[in-house]
Design a binder for this molecule. Sequence first.
Ligand code: TEU
Length: 552
Amino acid sequence: MSQAIQRKWWKEEVIYQIYPRSYKDSTGDGIGDIQGIISKLDYIKELGIDIIWLSPVYQSPNDDNGYDISDYYDIHPEFGTMADFDQLLNGVHDRGMRLIMDVVFNHSSDEHEWFEKSKQSTDNDYRDYYIWKKGVNGGPPNNWRSFFGGSAWEYDNTTDEYFLHLFTKKQPDLNWENPKVVKEVHDITRFWLDKGIDGFRMDVIPLISKRLDFADTDLEAFNDIVTHVYSNGPKVHEYINDMCEKVLKHYDIMTVGEGPGITKDTGLDYVGHDRGELSMIFHLDHMFLGHGPLGKFDPVPYGWPEVKQIFQDWYDAMGDSGWISIFLDNHDFPRMVSRFGNDTIYREQSAKMLAILIMTMRGTPCIYQGTELGMTNVQFDNISDYRDVETHNYHKEFISRGVSDADFLSRVHEHGRDNARTPIQWNSDINAGFSAGKPWIIANPNYKTIHAQECLDNKDSIFYFYKNLMDLRKQEKTLVYGEWQVIEQESQDLYVYRRWDDCDSFYILLNHSDHHHIYNLDLSEHNLILSNNSEHTDILIPWEGRIYKRIN
Ligand code: TEU
């Protein structure tokens, strides 16, 4: 065991992300809610989960499904009440699990009272809660683009100024230069921590410090603009460190920063053990693969070689000094079995192989709701069946660029965020057992065969494969803290790596292809302890994954 690496509970546990809108509806209004989550806590516990990451449930006009918060201190009625939240938190703790909340401090909703007041005049007490600028030459203050298409500035004719919004125009960016904003944020975090939550997922935290010259960018590729213009601003670490010093470090909690723009070269600045900032980050390097100059709907080719290089880069960057989460999907990206596996003839096999990867790399595994069932991308026939503001904004933009409806729809099928937001498939009943009413978004038609009830009835299901992996990871701390090294492989289709420390050694063999492959590795001193294939020869069948442990 590397003595340098610090042991922490949040390194040893497994996170499960719940996107509440799509999880379970208890009222029949077609929208998932907190009571619905409560009804599934035993299911989540059975899976072996330790930490629940709850996507926003605060008051919101839902322009961006809750990532546009209009009241940080109250629960949106469609999700329930604060009493429901308290019941959820108690239910999570009673089962020995933890709950972290998703907080969005880069921006608020434009329906937050702060913004309602800020926009009334140029000299009120809330004006500087946001970033207002005069236009230039009859247009926006600069050429910055929103993550969701179009300009990052919206003109307000009441005060003849523009306000900054790196996301939708209903998500105005907060001005962290203003000490009053910083205090508001500290008060909000303290309020939720004093309720007993176990930490935070911090939405787009690298974006909170703006480059105050607001100069035009001459960068073309949006990913470069995110990294070099929007993220890692001059005071980002001052702000995060200040929040830790004044609030976070006084609680036994974990924090995970969502890290668009955080690179392997800047990662330790956020999560280095000596930095006093975040526990870990969700870097997005592998998630942004395939995003062309105009973003995800301007796709470029990529494959497993790039994915494996990113895992190598981040292992080297973190060393024993920092920590990341290991994940392959969430509510913003396509379903992992569709994106990185084979969601047709090898759906179950590839889902299990990917599970082995997530659970045996060095980092805190994060499983997105439905991944434990092997839920797949969806292919709606009409753009009107999609709900995501990002999809609709870019639909307008790309159609205006001359892209056909059919072409854009095919890009949504592959890259759209709603792939991950269709209702959780609980059973084969109408609406997949998600709701007695019309769901806010159509359920994936494959719910008839892919659903939790089938998985719970089948001991060979993906669900129980994840459960076995989580049990293994709890038993074998070498898979948490041990060192990691790729074993050179002739074949591009195999991913073979080792985990080891002073106590144990493991080999993990993954075939991420539709082909059979021989592997040339002497494993005579190891026992096969887990596999997604009942046959064991020196040939790895398509999407086969194996874990070997040294015979002590
Ligand atoms: O996501 C920020 C982010 O990096 C993703 O939005 C990603 O850049 C985008 O989906 C690329 O297509 C966070 C939340 O996870 C996301 O749901 C919100 O929409 C966004 O911030 C704004 O709060």
